[in-house]
Each structure stands twice: as C-alpha cells, then as structure tokens.
Design a protein around this ligand. Structure first.
Ligand SMILES: *Cc1c(COP(=O)(O)O)cnc(C)c1O
Length: 445
C-alpha cells in the first residue's frame, strides 16, 4: 500500500506531480489542466485520433534503449517484441542498435516488413508450430531458443544449414512475482529443468542433431522482477550449468542469455528496477563463476521488454458515465479490458489522471471501469479523482506501453484502439483504429 492510498487527500495533492518513472520522459504540464506528451497536448490528440487511444513517446523508448546500451556496453540487448510490436517501434529498436526477440511467425512478419536484420533476431516460445519454425528458418534468424524435446527433433528435421540454437533452462529461481508471469520456477510450462537433469538431456539431444549448432543457454525467470538478487542467482546457476556442459560434453558454450523481466513501477511507490546495480552484480557474478569454473566469458544477452516501452505509453480514455452506486462511485470509460486486460489477468494496479480542464481540488476514491460485459472489467480501483469529474472528461492512464496493444482483444466487437507516437511536437499514427469493416472482413458468414 502506498502512502497516497493510506491518506486519500494526500493522493489528491500528489496528483499535481507527474511521477518520474511512471510517465513518459517528455510529459509536461500544458495550459488549463492539459498535459503535453512529446510536445503535443493530450486534448489535441484526443480530438484528432479519438478515444480510447494508445499514445507512445518515441523519446522515452529511445532513451531506454540508450540507457541499457550504456549500462551494459558489451552485452547484447534484445528487445522482447511481445511487449509491444509495431513496425514503427521495431524501426526505432533497430535504429538504436538493439536485437529483437520474437515468439511467433506473426511477430517475425512485422520484423521482416521493416527489414529488421535477421542476424539480430532470436526466436522464442514454448510452442513453435511447423509454420513458425519454417518462417524462422526462411528468414535466417540467428538463434532459435528450443523449449522441448519434440521441438529439438522437429527443428532438427527442418533446418537446412547448422542453425544456431540456445536451450531454454528453468533455473528454479523464484523471482517473487505474480504466478501467471513467474517462469523461472519449477512446475510451469517453460524450459528444461536444471535441477532434474532435463536441461543436460536437452543439450545431448541438440548435439545429436547434425543440422543444429548449440551456441549457448537461455533463461528467463519471470516478469516484473525487481530483486536483482534473483537475476544474480540465476546467472550463477546458469554458469554452473555451462561448466557441467563443458565437463560432460567437452563443449565450451559461447553465449549466455539471461532473459528479461526487469520490473517497472506502475504507480507512485511501486518498487523500481536498479539497472546499474543489475549491470554491476550480473557482470561480477558471471565473471566470478566463469573464472572459478575456468570457463571463458560468454557473450551475454538480456531481453528487456516492459522496461523499454512500459512507461513510454499513456492510454487516453473519455469518461462516458459517472454512476454513484450503493457504496462506490463507478467512473465508466469508453475502453476497458479489451485494451487493458492486465488488471483482470494479474490484479495489476494503475494510477489515473484527469486531463483537459481545471478540476475541483477535492476528490474521493472511485472505481474506474470499462465498457465490457463483465463485472471484472475494472481498470483501476480506489483511485482518487476530482469530485466534479463528469461525462465527457478525459482520463490519462500512464505506464501502458507494454502488454496493452499486444494483449488487446476485440471483445464485444469493440475495435482495438490506435497507437499514436509523439515526438518533437509531431503526432504520427503508427497503428490505426480497428473499424467495424475490419471486424466484418474476417467474418465470411
Ligand atoms: C516475456 C519475455 C521477455 C520480456 O519480459 P519483460 O517482462 O517484458 O521484460 C524476455 N524473454 C522472454 C523469453 C520472455 O518470454
């Protein structure tokens, strides 16, 4: 519980501030209660593109890429494309020199459409259909991260030339995150268990496939992980496994991919991720373990997704009704779980800010709900909003750049929102709004 929640009136007074780390870097106050993003007023964006709309600050995305590259200059930074894939974003990622991880033929198709260099692409996923594998091979992606014995055989049969492969390992490290996004612990669907010996067995199976070339190991302990110690522990265990591979098979692996999952704060008071501390401790742990096992240093890769795009995004909604219920006030907006399923999936919490006019300085806690036909369609619970909030007002929800556009659905046949990028006073439509014609065009009757 944050301080602002404990004292609702304090939440009200804090609202004047734009908490750094939660809002995009370019955000600033405009006139008459407006906010500017990338130099463009939110009221203007709402008028031009309609609501709900996903806004994305190009500057923030690029700065995050640069911060990762400067904190870890010798480490490959691979953007986890599933957090937000669009052609515009992948162009920025390519220009900033990052690599890319994809986990379906569809994500790869977007990368291919902007000529994202195949030499900088990794292909992930616990299920890769034959179509996925063929698309990966056809584009010549540099590495495929294998996740099951079946896949090793299937890929072995399809690959033409030696295909670089990483083995996905479950190191048994608890990232202390939500169960739905905890992927490093035993007993979930991803990877080969280190502890049970399944990972070494997978290595043996890859080595038995002439068309595959094992170049390293991969792990991803989960998402929204803020404890650097968890990443450090995983890194130590993974180097230990590289040593076991060396002693069992006489093979020196040249790459180690430590995954992503770096936490971002969604609300004031949430814990954030110490990038420099992570960099220092990971490098020290890998150096130490490699020298004690007498292994050469592998090339490291990390895969941040949310940390690159999360706080670059703001979703803009319009209030449609304000309903005073028996014990709560419901503020209903023109979007909901179709553009943000995270509250219902993970119990995610957000802050909400009214924009576009001067509001009353007094407020009370309300529940912001969506337009969908489920009682669980809640966007934010117990947020303090002005007492004079009314239909027609605009609400901005920060930190919606990651896993919003990519998790969106068209439940209730509501078209998915557009994605609009802003930079230096210019707004650009990256993905247009989904129309009724779009929805009908797939339905062949
Ligand atoms: C989802 C995922 C990531 C990125 O996770 P974030 O929480 O967005 O940083 C990285 N690697 C793999 C294998 C993933 O599945």
């Amino acid at each position: 519980m944050t301080l602002a929640e404990l004292i609702p009136t304090l939440g009200e007074s804090l609202r004047g501030q734009l908490e750094p780390g939660i809002w995009p870097r370019s955000v600033c106050h405009g006139t008459d209660g407006d906010l500017l993003l990338g130099g463009v007023p939110l009221t203007q964006l709402a008028a031009r593109f309609g609501t709900p709309a996903y806004l994305l600050d190009e500057l923030t995305v690029r700065q995050h890429c640069r911060e990762y590259r400067s904190a870890l200059p010798d480490v490959e930074i691979a953007y986890a494309g599933k957090s937000m894939t669009s052609r515009g974003v992948l162009r920025w990622i390519a220009e900033e020199g990052l690599s890319l991880d994809v986990c379906s033929a569809g994500e790869l198709a977007v990368a291919r459409s902007v000529d994202f260099p195949a030499s900088r692409i990794l292909f992930h996923g616990n299920v890769k259909t034959p179509e996925d594998l063929k698309a990966a091979i056809a584009y010549g992606v540099d590495r495929i991260v294998v996740d099951s014995l079946d896949e090793i055989e299937q890929l072995g049969a399809l690959a033409r030339y030696p295909q670089n492969v990483l083995v996905r390992v479950t190191p048994g490290v608890d990232g202390h995150t939500h169960k739905a996004i905890a992927t490093g612990v035993e007993d979930q669907k991803f990877g080969f268990s280190l502890r049970s010996g399944a990972a070494l067995e997978a290595v043996a199976r890859v080595l038995a496939q002439p068309s595959l070339r094992l170049v390293g190991l991969h792990c991803h302990i989960g998402s929204q992980v803020s404890r650097v110690a968890s990443f450090e522990e995983a890194a130590r265990l993974m180097v230990g496994l590289m040593a076991a591979v060396h002693s069992r098979f006489g093979l020196t692996l040249s790459q180690l991919d430590l995954g992503g999952g770096h936490a971002v704060p969604y609300r004031c008071g949430d814990s954030s991720f110490d990038l420099q501390g992570y960099a220092d401790r990971i490098l020290r742990a890998v150096n130490f373990e490699c020298s004690s096992h007498r292994l050469p240093l592998p090339r490291l890769t990390i895969e941040p997704g949310r940390a690159i795009v999360g706080s670059a995004g703001v979703t803009l909604y319009r209030v449609v009704t304000v309903k005073h219920g028996v014990s709560r006030t419901f503020v209903a907006v023109d979007g909901g779980m179709s553009d943000n399923p995270r509250p219902s999936l993970y119990g995610a919490r957000y802050s909400v800010r009214p924009v576009g006019r001067r509001f009353s300085p007094t407020g009370h806690p309300v529940t912001v709900v969506g337009r969908h036909c489920e009682a669980g369609d809640v966007l934010a619970e117990d947020v303090v909003l002005p007492s004079d909030l009314r239909a027609g007002d605009l609400l901005a929800v920060p930190c919606t750049g990651a896993y919003h556009h990519s998790l969106a659905s068209n439940y209730n046949m509501v078209g998915r929102p557009p994605v609009v990028s802003v930079h230096d006073g210019v707004a650009r439509l990256l993905v247009r709004r989904e129309t009724e014609e779009d929805l009908l065009s797939r339905d062949l009757g």
